[in-house]
Design a protein around this ligand. Structure first.
Ligand SMILES: CC(C)(COP(=O)(O)OP(=O)(O)OC[C@H]1O[C@@H](n2cnc3c(N)ncnc32)[C@H](O)[C@@H]1OP(=O)(O)O)[C@@H](O)C(=O)NCCC(=O)NCCS
Length: 170
């Protein structure tokens, strides 16, 4: 049976098309327009901060968003922003996927798996081989189902309290 195809094209945009449904068309790429930045922050606010971190205030001007080795990305479905991930280049081999979020009304439909697959392709494109995620406990099963494993994966800092570090060697 044929699986999904992932192909890279020019401009660093990665596309994913399930063979079973050619109408669906996904792309993961860096955030570009003011409209995409608004959607990026809105998804993170709703899916992560409001839902999982009610005591923490979301700062859309946080310096980590603009650090040179940190690359905010959006997942687009037919041109519409449906998910977010920031790809942080930690060192020569490691990349961190930060604040992964799927628009709340679109969760549990397979978009998270598409986002991970495309983010891993992007990590390979950046020349890194290991992916690190500090997972919220409610999403641990999702990462384990997508090939991630708990462990002592190296990151810039210690595992934040209440989170669980998972990783994957590509
Ligand atoms: C976690 C998240 C990114 C997953 O994306 P998604 O599109 O919902 O996930 P998918 O549909 O690709 O995969 C869902 C599958 O993962 C597994 N899974 C287990 N626990 C899960 C959970 N809490 N959330 C999502 N999937 C979970 C299940 O196998 C599930 O399949 P099912 O719906 O048939 O039971 C998304 O739900 C989300 O944004 N959640 C809120 C924010 C968050 O937790 N971010 C991660 C912080 S580290």
């Amino acid at each position: 049976m044929m699986g999904p195809t992932v192909s890279a094209c020019t401009l660093g945009v990665l596309h994913w098309q399930p063979m079973t449904d050619a109408r669906e068309h996904y792309a993961l790429r860096p955030v570009r327009s003011p409209q995409e930045w608004r959607a990026y922050h809105a998804i993170r606010r709703a899916a992560i901060f409001a839902a999982l971190l009610p005591g923490q205030t979301y700062d859309d001007r946080h310096p980590d968003e603009h650090a040179p080795d940190n690359r905010p990305h959006v997942l687009l479905r037919d041109g519409e922003v449906v998910g977010t991930v920031r790809i942080d280049l930690i060192d020569a081999t490691q990349a961190g996927l930060r604040l992964i979020g799927i628009r709340p009304d679109l969760q549990r439909q397979g978009l998270g798996a598409v986002l991970l697959e495309l983010a891993e392709q992007a990590v390979r494109g950046f020349g890194r081989t290991d992916v690190i995620i500090n997972a919220h406990p409610t999403s641990l099963a999702f990462y384990l189902a997508n090939g991630y494993a708990e462990g002592d994966w190296p990151d810039k800092g210690p595992v934040p309290p209440t989170l669980i570090r998972v990783g994957k060697r590509l």
